[in-house]
Design a protein around this ligand. Structure first.
Ligand code: UD1
Length: 430
Protein backbone atom coordinates (compact mmCIF):
# COMPACT_ATOMS: atom_id res chain seq x y z
CA UNK A 1 0.00 0.00 0.00
CA UNK A 2 1.32 3.44 -0.86
CA UNK A 3 0.02 7.00 -0.73
CA UNK A 4 -0.56 6.86 -4.48
CA UNK A 5 -2.75 3.75 -4.53
CA UNK A 6 -6.10 4.13 -6.20
CA UNK A 7 -9.37 2.25 -6.55
CA UNK A 8 -10.92 1.38 -9.89
CA UNK A 9 -14.65 1.14 -9.23
CA UNK A 10 -17.21 -0.12 -11.69
CA UNK A 11 -20.50 1.45 -10.64
CA UNK A 12 -24.06 0.28 -10.95
CA UNK A 13 -23.91 -3.01 -9.03
CA UNK A 14 -26.54 -3.36 -6.31
CA UNK A 15 -25.24 -4.51 -2.91
CA UNK A 16 -26.48 -7.67 -1.18
CA UNK A 17 -25.65 -10.22 1.50
CA UNK A 18 -23.86 -9.25 4.71
CA UNK A 19 -21.35 -6.56 5.66
CA UNK A 20 -19.83 -6.54 9.14
CA UNK A 21 -19.38 -3.21 10.86
CA UNK A 22 -15.83 -3.02 12.27
CA UNK A 23 -14.84 -1.70 15.70
CA UNK A 24 -14.90 2.08 15.99
CA UNK A 25 -11.74 4.01 15.12
CA UNK A 26 -12.81 6.94 17.30
CA UNK A 27 -13.27 4.60 20.24
CA UNK A 28 -10.15 2.48 19.94
CA UNK A 29 -7.71 5.42 19.69
CA UNK A 30 -8.54 7.06 23.06
CA UNK A 31 -8.79 3.62 24.70
CA UNK A 32 -5.31 2.72 23.42
CA UNK A 33 -4.10 5.99 24.97
CA UNK A 34 -5.89 5.14 28.22
CA UNK A 35 -4.08 1.79 28.34
CA UNK A 36 -0.83 3.64 29.21
CA UNK A 37 -2.43 4.53 32.56
CA UNK A 38 -2.86 0.86 33.57
CA UNK A 39 0.03 -0.94 35.22
CA UNK A 40 -0.01 -4.36 33.54
CA UNK A 41 -1.37 -5.88 30.34
CA UNK A 42 -4.76 -4.65 29.11
CA UNK A 43 -6.69 -6.40 26.39
CA UNK A 44 -8.71 -4.56 23.74
CA UNK A 45 -10.98 -6.64 21.50
CA UNK A 46 -12.62 -5.85 18.16
CA UNK A 47 -9.72 -3.61 17.12
CA UNK A 48 -9.93 -2.65 13.43
CA UNK A 49 -6.78 -2.94 11.33
CA UNK A 50 -6.33 0.68 10.27
CA UNK A 51 -3.36 2.92 9.57
CA UNK A 52 -4.39 5.20 12.48
CA UNK A 53 -4.33 2.19 14.83
CA UNK A 54 -0.85 1.30 13.56
CA UNK A 55 0.27 4.88 14.30
CA UNK A 56 -1.15 4.62 17.84
CA UNK A 57 0.78 1.33 18.27
CA UNK A 58 3.99 3.13 17.23
CA UNK A 59 3.30 5.82 19.84
CA UNK A 60 2.69 3.20 22.55
CA UNK A 61 5.94 1.44 21.65
CA UNK A 62 7.84 4.73 21.67
CA UNK A 63 6.53 5.33 25.20
CA UNK A 64 7.95 1.96 26.24
CA UNK A 65 4.72 -0.07 26.28
CA UNK A 66 4.77 -3.63 24.98
CA UNK A 67 2.11 -4.12 22.33
CA UNK A 68 1.11 -7.25 20.50
CA UNK A 69 -1.77 -7.98 18.21
CA UNK A 70 -3.51 -11.35 18.00
CA UNK A 71 -6.25 -11.28 15.38
CA UNK A 72 -8.65 -8.51 16.35
CA UNK A 73 -7.28 -8.29 19.91
CA UNK A 74 -4.62 -5.89 21.02
CA UNK A 75 -2.60 -6.43 24.20
CA UNK A 76 -0.97 -3.36 25.71
CA UNK A 77 1.39 -3.68 28.67
CA UNK A 78 2.36 -0.29 30.05
CA UNK A 79 4.08 -1.61 33.22
CA UNK A 80 7.38 0.03 32.44
CA UNK A 81 7.06 3.25 30.45
CA UNK A 82 10.38 4.74 29.41
CA UNK A 83 9.31 7.98 27.69
CA UNK A 84 6.77 10.73 28.23
CA UNK A 85 7.02 12.46 24.85
CA UNK A 86 5.65 11.93 21.35
CA UNK A 87 8.05 12.66 18.46
CA UNK A 88 6.97 15.16 15.85
CA UNK A 89 6.79 12.57 13.05
CA UNK A 90 4.17 10.54 14.93
CA UNK A 91 2.17 13.63 15.93
CA UNK A 92 2.00 14.71 12.31
CA UNK A 93 0.75 11.32 11.12
CA UNK A 94 -2.45 11.55 13.14
CA UNK A 95 -4.18 14.45 14.82
CA UNK A 96 -5.76 12.04 17.30
CA UNK A 97 -2.31 11.60 18.87
CA UNK A 98 -3.43 14.53 21.02
CA UNK A 99 -5.44 12.06 23.17
CA UNK A 100 -2.16 10.80 24.51
CA UNK A 101 -1.65 14.15 26.28
CA UNK A 102 -4.18 13.46 29.07
CA UNK A 103 -3.18 9.80 29.31
CA UNK A 104 0.60 10.43 29.51
CA UNK A 105 0.02 13.17 32.09
CA UNK A 106 -2.04 10.75 34.19
CA UNK A 107 0.61 8.03 33.85
CA UNK A 108 3.85 10.06 34.11
CA UNK A 109 2.89 13.46 35.54
CA UNK A 110 4.44 15.22 32.54
CA UNK A 111 4.24 15.11 28.76
CA UNK A 112 5.90 16.68 25.76
CA UNK A 113 4.54 16.66 22.24
CA UNK A 114 4.44 18.86 19.21
CA UNK A 115 1.33 20.80 18.35
CA UNK A 116 -0.92 18.67 16.14
CA UNK A 117 -1.46 21.68 13.86
CA UNK A 118 -4.03 22.05 11.14
CA UNK A 119 -5.23 19.26 8.92
CA UNK A 120 -7.33 18.64 5.88
CA UNK A 121 -10.52 19.78 7.68
CA UNK A 122 -9.21 23.30 8.24
CA UNK A 123 -7.56 24.55 11.41
CA UNK A 124 -8.18 22.23 14.35
CA UNK A 125 -6.95 24.08 17.40
CA UNK A 126 -6.49 22.42 20.79
CA UNK A 127 -7.26 25.45 22.95
CA UNK A 128 -10.20 23.66 24.61
CA UNK A 129 -7.95 20.73 25.56
CA UNK A 130 -5.38 23.11 27.04
CA UNK A 131 -7.97 25.21 28.93
CA UNK A 132 -9.54 22.07 30.41
CA UNK A 133 -6.19 20.67 31.54
CA UNK A 134 -5.15 24.03 33.03
CA UNK A 135 -8.37 24.06 35.06
CA UNK A 136 -7.12 20.81 36.58
CA UNK A 137 -3.95 22.55 37.72
CA UNK A 138 -1.76 21.27 34.91
CA UNK A 139 0.83 23.75 33.68
CA UNK A 140 1.25 23.87 29.93
CA UNK A 141 3.74 25.92 27.98
CA UNK A 142 3.83 26.25 24.22
CA UNK A 143 7.10 27.09 22.51
CA UNK A 144 8.35 26.55 18.99
CA UNK A 145 5.43 24.27 18.12
CA UNK A 146 6.13 22.05 21.18
CA UNK A 147 3.81 21.60 24.15
CA UNK A 148 5.31 20.89 27.55
CA UNK A 149 2.81 19.91 30.22
CA UNK A 150 3.35 19.07 33.86
CA UNK A 151 0.99 18.08 36.67
CA UNK A 152 2.23 20.71 39.15
CA UNK A 153 -0.57 21.65 41.51
CA UNK A 154 -3.32 19.21 40.59
CA UNK A 155 -6.80 20.20 41.67
CA UNK A 156 -10.01 18.37 41.01
CA UNK A 157 -13.05 20.59 40.43
CA UNK A 158 -15.29 21.92 37.70
CA UNK A 159 -14.10 22.00 34.12
CA UNK A 160 -16.39 23.89 31.78
CA UNK A 161 -15.94 23.32 28.05
CA UNK A 162 -16.90 26.30 25.89
CA UNK A 163 -17.88 23.78 23.16
CA UNK A 164 -18.53 20.04 23.62
CA UNK A 165 -15.30 18.96 21.92
CA UNK A 166 -14.92 15.19 21.75
CA UNK A 167 -11.15 15.21 22.13
CA UNK A 168 -11.09 17.82 24.92
CA UNK A 169 -13.71 15.83 26.87
CA UNK A 170 -11.63 12.66 26.52
CA UNK A 171 -8.36 14.38 27.45
CA UNK A 172 -9.94 15.94 30.55
CA UNK A 173 -11.43 12.57 31.57
CA UNK A 174 -8.07 10.84 31.21
CA UNK A 175 -6.11 13.47 33.13
CA UNK A 176 -8.75 13.76 35.88
CA UNK A 177 -8.48 10.03 36.65
CA UNK A 178 -5.10 10.67 38.29
CA UNK A 179 -6.19 13.71 40.31
CA UNK A 180 -7.56 12.97 43.79
CA UNK A 181 -11.03 14.40 44.40
CA UNK A 182 -14.11 14.88 42.24
CA UNK A 183 -13.89 16.54 38.84
CA UNK A 184 -17.01 17.44 36.88
CA UNK A 185 -16.70 18.12 33.16
CA UNK A 186 -19.58 20.37 32.16
CA UNK A 187 -20.84 20.82 28.61
CA UNK A 188 -19.07 17.54 27.84
CA UNK A 189 -19.37 15.91 24.44
CA UNK A 190 -21.96 13.11 24.50
CA UNK A 191 -20.63 10.87 21.71
CA UNK A 192 -21.05 7.12 22.32
CA UNK A 193 -17.28 6.63 22.01
CA UNK A 194 -16.94 8.57 25.27
CA UNK A 195 -19.16 5.97 26.98
CA UNK A 196 -16.87 3.26 25.63
CA UNK A 197 -13.87 5.10 27.14
CA UNK A 198 -15.68 5.39 30.49
CA UNK A 199 -16.40 1.66 30.36
CA UNK A 200 -12.71 0.86 29.86
CA UNK A 201 -11.49 3.22 32.58
CA UNK A 202 -14.07 1.94 35.07
CA UNK A 203 -13.12 -1.66 34.25
CA UNK A 204 -9.55 -0.59 35.12
CA UNK A 205 -10.63 0.68 38.55
CA UNK A 206 -11.54 4.31 37.83
CA UNK A 207 -14.80 5.80 39.08
CA UNK A 208 -16.49 7.79 36.31
CA UNK A 209 -20.19 8.54 35.96
CA UNK A 210 -22.25 10.31 33.34
CA UNK A 211 -20.45 9.71 30.02
CA UNK A 212 -23.08 10.19 27.32
CA UNK A 213 -24.61 13.11 29.24
CA UNK A 214 -23.59 16.77 29.51
CA UNK A 215 -21.85 16.30 32.84
CA UNK A 216 -19.22 13.69 33.50
CA UNK A 217 -18.07 13.11 37.05
CA UNK A 218 -14.66 11.61 37.73
CA UNK A 219 -13.65 10.57 41.24
CA UNK A 220 -9.93 10.56 40.65
CA UNK A 221 -6.80 9.35 42.36
CA UNK A 222 -7.38 5.59 42.15
CA UNK A 223 -4.59 3.40 40.82
CA UNK A 224 -5.57 1.70 37.58
CA UNK A 225 -5.03 -1.97 36.91
CA UNK A 226 -5.17 -3.69 33.50
CA UNK A 227 -8.62 -4.04 31.98
CA UNK A 228 -10.46 -5.80 29.18
CA UNK A 229 -12.81 -4.04 26.76
CA UNK A 230 -14.59 -4.69 23.47
CA UNK A 231 -14.58 -1.75 21.08
CA UNK A 232 -18.08 -0.62 20.07
CA UNK A 233 -19.15 -0.93 16.41
CA UNK A 234 -18.15 2.03 14.26
CA UNK A 235 -21.24 4.18 13.72
CA UNK A 236 -19.68 6.13 10.85
CA UNK A 237 -18.74 2.93 9.03
CA UNK A 238 -22.33 1.72 9.64
CA UNK A 239 -23.59 5.01 8.16
CA UNK A 240 -21.26 4.54 5.17
CA UNK A 241 -22.56 1.04 4.41
CA UNK A 242 -26.17 2.24 4.84
CA UNK A 243 -25.53 5.06 2.37
CA UNK A 244 -23.70 2.76 -0.06
CA UNK A 245 -26.69 0.40 -0.20
CA UNK A 246 -29.10 3.34 -0.39
CA UNK A 247 -27.26 4.88 -3.34
CA UNK A 248 -26.31 1.74 -5.28
CA UNK A 249 -29.55 -0.09 -4.43
CA UNK A 250 -29.84 -3.59 -3.04
CA UNK A 251 -30.74 -5.57 0.05
CA UNK A 252 -27.90 -5.61 2.57
CA UNK A 253 -27.60 -6.77 6.17
CA UNK A 254 -25.19 -4.86 8.38
CA UNK A 255 -23.94 -7.14 11.12
CA UNK A 256 -23.44 -5.33 14.44
CA UNK A 257 -24.86 -1.99 13.23
CA UNK A 258 -26.64 -0.23 16.10
CA UNK A 259 -29.60 1.92 15.12
CA UNK A 260 -29.37 4.16 18.23
CA UNK A 261 -25.94 5.45 17.23
CA UNK A 262 -26.89 6.16 13.60
CA UNK A 263 -30.46 7.32 14.29
CA UNK A 264 -30.13 10.65 12.47
CA UNK A 265 -28.65 9.03 9.36
CA UNK A 266 -31.39 6.36 9.34
CA UNK A 267 -34.05 9.07 9.67
CA UNK A 268 -32.74 10.94 6.62
CA UNK A 269 -32.40 7.79 4.54
CA UNK A 270 -35.91 6.62 5.43
CA UNK A 271 -37.31 9.98 4.36
CA UNK A 272 -35.42 9.52 1.09
CA UNK A 273 -37.32 6.28 0.51
CA UNK A 274 -34.85 3.72 1.88
CA UNK A 275 -36.19 0.87 3.97
CA UNK A 276 -34.14 0.19 7.11
CA UNK A 277 -35.24 -2.47 9.60
CA UNK A 278 -33.72 -3.44 12.88
CA UNK A 279 -33.28 -7.21 12.83
CA UNK A 280 -31.51 -9.57 15.18
CA UNK A 281 -27.79 -8.77 15.24
CA UNK A 282 -27.89 -5.65 13.07
CA UNK A 283 -29.74 -3.55 10.50
CA UNK A 284 -31.19 -4.54 7.16
CA UNK A 285 -31.24 -1.91 4.44
CA UNK A 286 -33.23 -2.13 1.22
CA UNK A 287 -33.19 0.40 -1.58
CA UNK A 288 -34.11 0.64 -5.25
CA UNK A 289 -31.37 3.25 -5.67
CA UNK A 290 -34.00 5.84 -6.66
CA UNK A 291 -34.06 8.36 -3.83
CA UNK A 292 -36.06 11.43 -2.89
CA UNK A 293 -34.21 14.56 -1.83
CA UNK A 294 -35.81 17.36 0.16
CA UNK A 295 -33.71 16.94 3.29
CA UNK A 296 -32.23 19.75 5.40
CA UNK A 297 -29.20 18.34 7.20
CA UNK A 298 -27.47 20.32 9.92
CA UNK A 299 -24.37 18.78 11.46
CA UNK A 300 -24.32 19.05 15.25
CA UNK A 301 -22.53 17.48 18.19
CA UNK A 302 -24.02 14.09 19.14
CA UNK A 303 -26.92 13.24 19.26
CA UNK A 304 -27.28 15.58 16.26
CA UNK A 305 -26.33 14.63 12.71
CA UNK A 306 -22.62 13.66 12.66
CA UNK A 307 -20.25 15.83 10.66
CA UNK A 308 -18.39 12.63 9.73
CA UNK A 309 -21.46 11.41 7.80
CA UNK A 310 -22.19 14.73 6.04
CA UNK A 311 -20.15 14.06 2.89
CA UNK A 312 -21.36 10.47 2.72
CA UNK A 313 -25.05 11.40 2.84
CA UNK A 314 -24.43 14.22 0.37
CA UNK A 315 -22.91 11.77 -2.11
CA UNK A 316 -25.98 9.56 -1.62
CA UNK A 317 -28.52 12.36 -2.18
CA UNK A 318 -26.55 13.79 -5.13
CA UNK A 319 -28.43 11.19 -7.18
CA UNK A 320 -32.04 11.83 -6.14
CA UNK A 321 -35.18 13.71 -7.03
CA UNK A 322 -35.44 17.08 -5.32
CA UNK A 323 -33.28 19.58 -3.50
CA UNK A 324 -31.41 18.84 -0.27
CA UNK A 325 -29.58 21.34 1.88
CA UNK A 326 -26.55 20.62 4.05
CA UNK A 327 -25.32 23.00 6.75
CA UNK A 328 -21.90 22.13 8.20
CA UNK A 329 -21.67 23.51 11.73
CA UNK A 330 -18.68 21.62 13.14
CA UNK A 331 -15.70 22.05 10.80
CA UNK A 332 -14.54 24.63 8.27
CA UNK A 333 -13.34 23.18 4.95
CA UNK A 334 -15.61 20.19 5.02
CA UNK A 335 -17.04 20.57 1.52
CA UNK A 336 -13.93 19.53 -0.38
CA UNK A 337 -15.76 16.49 -1.76
CA UNK A 338 -18.22 18.79 -3.55
CA UNK A 339 -16.02 19.67 -6.54
CA UNK A 340 -15.29 15.96 -7.06
CA UNK A 341 -19.02 15.06 -6.93
CA UNK A 342 -19.65 17.83 -9.46
CA UNK A 343 -17.10 16.18 -11.81
CA UNK A 344 -19.30 13.10 -11.62
CA UNK A 345 -22.33 15.08 -12.78
CA UNK A 346 -23.76 16.21 -9.42
CA UNK A 347 -25.40 19.62 -9.21
CA UNK A 348 -24.16 21.15 -5.95
CA UNK A 349 -23.45 24.75 -5.00
CA UNK A 350 -21.83 25.89 -1.79
CA UNK A 351 -21.86 29.17 0.03
CA UNK A 352 -20.03 29.39 3.33
CA UNK A 353 -21.26 26.58 5.54
CA UNK A 354 -24.17 25.66 3.27
CA UNK A 355 -24.33 23.31 0.30
CA UNK A 356 -27.40 23.11 -1.93
CA UNK A 357 -27.72 19.75 -3.64
CA UNK A 358 -30.11 19.63 -6.61
CA UNK A 359 -30.54 15.93 -7.18
CA UNK A 360 -29.68 14.56 -10.64
CA UNK A 361 -30.97 11.33 -12.21
CA UNK A 362 -27.52 9.83 -12.70
CA UNK A 363 -23.85 10.20 -11.79
CA UNK A 364 -21.14 9.27 -14.30
CA UNK A 365 -17.93 7.46 -13.49
CA UNK A 366 -14.78 9.56 -13.85
CA UNK A 367 -11.45 10.33 -12.13
CA UNK A 368 -11.90 11.76 -8.64
CA UNK A 369 -9.64 12.41 -5.69
CA UNK A 370 -10.18 11.71 -1.98
CA UNK A 371 -8.99 14.73 -0.02
CA UNK A 372 -9.76 13.40 3.46
CA UNK A 373 -11.07 10.24 5.12
CA UNK A 374 -14.83 10.87 4.94
CA UNK A 375 -14.63 12.64 1.58
CA UNK A 376 -12.94 9.46 0.35
CA UNK A 377 -15.76 7.33 1.74
CA UNK A 378 -18.33 9.66 0.17
CA UNK A 379 -16.68 9.44 -3.24
CA UNK A 380 -16.51 5.67 -2.94
CA UNK A 381 -20.31 5.68 -2.35
CA UNK A 382 -20.84 7.97 -5.35
CA UNK A 383 -18.66 5.75 -7.57
CA UNK A 384 -20.62 2.65 -6.52
CA UNK A 385 -23.85 4.40 -7.55
CA UNK A 386 -22.48 5.93 -10.77
CA UNK A 387 -22.76 4.64 -14.31
CA UNK A 388 -19.46 3.37 -15.71
CA UNK A 389 -15.96 3.15 -14.30
CA UNK A 390 -14.35 5.57 -11.85
CA UNK A 391 -10.81 5.95 -10.60
CA UNK A 392 -10.58 7.13 -7.02
CA UNK A 393 -7.15 8.58 -6.15
CA UNK A 394 -5.48 9.10 -2.75
CA UNK A 395 -7.25 6.16 -1.14
CA UNK A 396 -4.68 6.14 1.70
CA UNK A 397 -7.14 8.50 3.41
CA UNK A 398 -9.73 5.72 3.32
CA UNK A 399 -7.22 3.28 4.85
CA UNK A 400 -7.17 5.49 7.96
CA UNK A 401 -10.72 4.56 8.83
CA UNK A 402 -11.99 1.57 6.84
CA UNK A 403 -10.69 -1.96 7.27
CA UNK A 404 -10.58 -4.30 4.26
CA UNK A 405 -12.88 -2.02 2.35
CA UNK A 406 -12.43 -3.62 -1.08
CA UNK A 407 -12.78 -7.20 0.09
CA UNK A 408 -15.92 -6.39 2.10
CA UNK A 409 -17.66 -4.39 -0.61
CA UNK A 410 -16.78 -6.92 -3.32
CA UNK A 411 -18.23 -9.72 -1.17
CA UNK A 412 -21.41 -7.64 -1.07
CA UNK A 413 -21.53 -7.41 -4.88
CA UNK A 414 -19.45 -4.33 -5.69
CA UNK A 415 -16.71 -4.34 -8.30
CA UNK A 416 -13.60 -2.56 -6.99
CA UNK A 417 -9.92 -3.22 -7.43
CA UNK A 418 -6.90 -1.53 -5.97
CA UNK A 419 -4.06 -0.40 -8.20
CA UNK A 420 -0.74 0.22 -6.52
CA UNK A 421 1.35 3.36 -6.81
CA UNK A 422 2.62 4.17 -10.26
CA UNK A 423 1.10 1.25 -12.21
CA UNK A 424 -1.02 1.88 -15.33
CA UNK A 425 0.31 5.44 -15.72
CA UNK A 426 -1.89 6.83 -12.96
CA UNK A 427 -2.09 10.55 -12.56
CA UNK A 428 0.16 11.67 -9.78
CA UNK A 429 0.14 14.79 -7.72
CA UNK A 430 -3.65 14.90 -7.38
C1 UD1 B 1 -13.62 13.91 16.88
C2 UD1 B 1 -13.58 12.74 15.92
C3 UD1 B 1 -13.84 13.20 14.50
C4 UD1 B 1 -15.15 13.99 14.42
C5 UD1 B 1 -15.16 15.09 15.48
C6 UD1 B 1 -16.50 15.81 15.55
C7 UD1 B 1 -12.01 11.24 16.98
C8 UD1 B 1 -10.70 10.56 16.89
N1 UD1 B 1 -12.27 12.12 16.00
O1 UD1 B 1 -12.56 14.78 16.50
O2 UD1 B 1 -13.93 12.05 13.66
O3 UD1 B 1 -15.27 14.57 13.15
O4 UD1 B 1 -14.88 14.55 16.78
O5 UD1 B 1 -17.52 14.91 15.78
O6 UD1 B 1 -12.81 10.99 17.86
N2 UD1 B 1 -12.21 22.72 18.51
C9 UD1 B 1 -11.62 23.89 18.94
N3 UD1 B 1 -10.70 23.81 19.94
C10 UD1 B 1 -10.34 22.64 20.52
C11 UD1 B 1 -10.96 21.44 20.08
C12 UD1 B 1 -11.89 21.52 19.07
O7 UD1 B 1 -11.91 24.97 18.44
O8 UD1 B 1 -9.49 22.64 21.44
C13 UD1 B 1 -13.19 22.77 17.41
C14 UD1 B 1 -12.67 22.01 16.20
O9 UD1 B 1 -11.84 22.82 15.40
C15 UD1 B 1 -13.95 21.65 15.50
C16 UD1 B 1 -14.93 21.41 16.66
O10 UD1 B 1 -14.36 22.06 17.79
O11 UD1 B 1 -14.41 22.73 14.73
C17 UD1 B 1 -15.16 19.94 17.00
O12 UD1 B 1 -13.94 19.32 17.32
P1 UD1 B 1 -13.82 18.07 18.29
O13 UD1 B 1 -15.16 17.68 18.81
O14 UD1 B 1 -12.74 18.37 19.27
O15 UD1 B 1 -13.31 16.96 17.29
P2 UD1 B 1 -12.11 15.95 17.46
O16 UD1 B 1 -12.06 15.44 18.86
O17 UD1 B 1 -10.88 16.52 16.87
Amino acid sequence: MTEKDRFIIEGGHPLGGHLRVQGAKNSVLPIMAAAVMCRGESRIDNVPDLSDVRTAISILRHLGAKVRREGASLYVDASSLTAHDIPDGLMRRMRSSVFFLGAILAACGRCEMSYPGGCELGPRPIDLHIDALRELGISISEEGGRLTARVEHPRAGDVHLAFPSVGATENAMLAACAIPGTTRIRNAAREPEIRNLQEFLNAAGACILGAGSETIEIRGGRPLHPAHIRIMPDRIVAATWLCAAAAAGGDLFLDEAEEETVATVCRSLRRAGVRIDRERGGLRVRSTGRLRGGEVIRTQPYPGFPTDAQAILMATLAKSEGVSIFVENIFDSRFRHVSELVRMGANIRTEGRTAVVCGVPRLCGCEVCACDLRAGAALCVACLAAEGESTLFHVSHIDRGYENVIQLLNQAGASIRRVAGEEEGGKSGM
